[in-house]
Design a protein around this ligand. Sequence first.
Ligand code: PLP
Length: 482
Amino acid sequence: MNYDQARWTHDANGESTADQYEPLLSEKNTEEVAVDSPLPDDLTRDSLELPDLSEPELARHYTRLSQMNYGIDSGPYPLGSCTMKYNPKFTEDVAALADAAVHPDRSDRSVQGTLALLDGLQDYLARIGGMDAVSLQPPAGAAGEYTGILVAKAFHEQNGEGEQRDEIIVPDSAHGTNFASAALAGYDVVELPSGDDGRVDLEALEAAASDRTALFMLTNPNTLGLFERDIGEIAGIVHDAGGLLYYDGANLNALLGQARPGDMGFDIMHYNVHKTFATPHGGGGPGAGPVGVTERLAEFLPAPRVRERDGGKEFELFDPENTVGKVHGFEGNWLVLVKTYAYIARLGDEGLRDASAKAVLNANYLASQIDYDIPFGPFHHEFVASAGDQDAADVAKRMLDYGVHPPTTKWPEIVPEALMTEPTEIEGKETLDQLADAFNSVASEDDETLESAPNRTTARRIDQTSAARNLRLSWHALEEEE
Ligand SMILES: *Cc1c(COP(=O)(O)O)cnc(C)c1O
C-alpha cells in the first residue's frame, strides 16, 4: 500500500471517506519475537508479533498522523472559553521525571516530596483564588462543579435547609456543564436571563433568589468576556437569600494577579488548571478541576486532602471532618497537578499577572482588527463576534482553509451566529494579524464558497455527531465492520 498517496474523498452526501490511509505500525512490517520471560510457562506465550521498523519509518508514521490533524503546535487555536494555549514543554519534562512516578498506595512517610508538592499547590491555588482551602481531587472543571455543588448541599443540610434549598440559579449565558452538574446533583435549575448589556440582570436575580436557592453559579468575566461589575451586589442578593455563590473558574486566566473570586464574595470555585495553567487540553483530558472554598466550607471538601504536620516538617493526608467523600481516585490526576505546580512556580506572581494582562490585550487587539460586529463590550480575555448573515459553522469551516483553527461557534446563544474568540496570551502580533486576515477574508466571501469549505484539510465536512458518539479509533475497525 502506498501511504504517500493517502487521499480523502466525498460520497454523495458530502461525507468524507478515506480510500487510502496511514497503516497501523503492525500493518507495515512485523516480526515474530521470541518471548523469554521469568514468569511461569502457563502465563506466557512463546513468541509475539511486534512491529519491525527503522527509526525514520517510525518518525514518518507519527509525523504523518500529526499532520492529518491541527493542534496548538501547528498554529493559533482561538477556541473561546476553552482556552486552548501552548503549554511549555518544561512542564512535560518535570512530569516525566522518574521521581514523579509514585505508586498511589505508598505510605505517606515514603512520599513526603509528593505530599509537599500537593500541599504547595493547594496553597498556590488558594492564594490565587482568594479561597481558604482547596481539594485537588476533581479530574475536570465539570467534575469540580459537581463537587462544589455537593459541598454546598452538605452545608445546607448541616443547617437543616437541605430539602428546602432545592434550586440552583444559572445565567442563560453559562456553560452547558453548569446546567448539567446542577441537574445531576438533583437540583431544579433556574435559568436567569441576561440583561441588555450581557451581564447579570440584578432585578431578575432579586426575583429568582429565595429561601429555595442553594447556589448561584457564575463565571466572571462571563462567557461574553464581560466583567460582572455588580459582583458585590450580586453576592449580597445571593447571601441575603441564604444561598451560596459559585465561581466557574474557566475564565480565571483573565484575572490572575488582578482580582480574586474570594474577594468578590464567591464561596466556592473550581480551577480549570488545563485552561488557566499548563496541561495540554483536548481529546477529553486528562485535566484537573481543583475546588476551593472559604473557611466555613472546608470541612466538607473531598477526602483526602494534604496538610502540614509538626510545623511544616512533615506532610500527611487527612479526611476533612464532614467530607462529601471521594470524587476521584486517590489525590486526583497527580501528573496534571505536577505540571500545574511547575507552571505556577516558574511564572511566579509577576509572570501570572503578566499572562492575564497579555490575554486581555491580545483579545482586544484582535477584536479591533476584525470586520465582524461585536455586540457586547468592553471585554477581557475573549470576545463574541456575530457572523451576522453568515452561518457561524460555515465561517468556522472556511477558516480552516486559511490555516487557522476557528473560534467556538453558536454559543453563547445571546449573540446570533456567535464566534466566541480567545487568542490567549501566547500569540504575538504577527499571528493575531494572520488571524484577523482570516476572519476578514471569510467575512467578505459568498455563501457558496463558505458552504463548500473546507477544501484544504485532510478530511472535509464530517458527521460531527457520529464522530463524537461512534468513536472508531482506526480504519481497521471500520473495515472489519463493513
Ligand atoms: C470548559 C468550561 C467548563 C468545563 O470544564 P472542563 O474542564 O472542560 O470539564 C465549565 N465552564 C466553562 C465556562 C468552560 O469554558
